[in-house]
Design a binder for this molecule. Sequence first.
Ligand SMILES: Cc1cc2nc3c(=O)[nH]c(=O)nc-3n(C[C@H](O)[C@H](O)[C@H](O)COP(=O)(O)OP(=O)(O)OC[C@H]3O[C@@H](n4cnc5c(N)ncnc54)[C@H](O)[C@@H]3O)c2cc1C
Length: 331
Amino acid sequence: MNNTFAPTPLADAAIKQYAPALEKGSHLVVIGAGAFGGWTALYLLRSGFRVTLIDAWGPGNSRSGSGDETRVIRSTYGANGLYFDLNVRALELWKAHQKKWDKPLFHPSGVLWFCYEEKVDLIDASLPFMEKHGLAYQYFSRKEAQARFPQVFVDDLDHLALDPHGGYLRAREGAMAVKEAFVREGGGYHQAMAKPGPVRSGRMEFIELNGGTTLAADAYVFASGSWLSSLFPEALGAFITCTRQEAYYVGVPHRYAALFDTMPVWMDADGRDFYYGIPGNAGRGFKIGVDLRGPAFDPTDGDRILDLDVLAKARQFLGHRFPWLQGAPAG
Ligand SMILES: Cc1cc2nc3c(=O)[nH]c(=O)nc-3n(C[C@H](O)[C@H](O)[C@H](O)COP(=O)(O)OP(=O)(O)OC[C@H]3O[C@@H](n4cnc5c(N)ncnc54)[C@H](O)[C@@H]3O)c2cc1C
């Protein structure tokens, strides 16, 4: 295995720190085949462990966080240097693996920020990390932006900033591709609902699977996303709450389709209702996401029906920022 695909020294150090007693060849079970569980299982396998990956409904299923068509991938999260470093490494891995698997998963569309003020903390606080990694933003005045992005209404903005290194990932397909690679490389995958088993002397003895069977291993990694608080209510109930968050797909009028399909991912940095969007989406339309925490939500049994009040506000924003999309159908 060449160096790009091998675990980094940081990953090896983490395994030594958190699982010091595990010999290479030990049997590990990862519960959850989303972005976190899938990659964790693949890299544990590549680190020399025997690994079983389990998911209740399959990698990238529609109840999971990794189950939408697309997800933005960007390094800029304000003063969070660790996040920036992790994202740079993640991008490197997605690019290397999509080449290896001959499957386009990362779309380097860039990420375009709509900036209302001269200074935007979220971007400015990341500048030292950009410098460290040799990455730079491109800045557009209103006039320049109008010529380059005629589909965007810019009169109420101070400027636009483009991160040319980010873009979007095919999320559902990515989760499935990781699981397929994991199986090809020798991992075992089972579709089953798992429940933590009894813990004695600090060790979980086994996990229970639906159908009444059990599975024992040397260690278990619960990468179960929004379900973690219900699996471990005493330890995590107070820390993890699954909440609703809306995203819509909008039908772009045919004459503007090419212009919207090829535009960068966009983020509206007005600091209140944080709207963002992604083009493409495997033909489903132009996505607008509302990055606000909604009410608590049950990821297993909750209905996924649009909230018409949130949609009405999102539509108002969309019609303002992208006048050619006024009244466009959403779903
Ligand atoms: C609307 C929305 C928009 C987002 N946008 C972005 C974005 O643009 N960019 C970004 O980087 N992040 C984004 N995120 C966050 C990102 O999607 C998540 O952080 C990520 O997908 C979580 O991955 P995960 O593997 O932790 O969880 P999940 O993908 O939810 O995976 C958990 C898996 O565990 C399985 N599971 C759960 N319980 C059990 C059990 N008991 N037994 C067996 N299997 C079980 C589930 O079926 C599921 O497949 C967004 C999230 C949401 C909700």
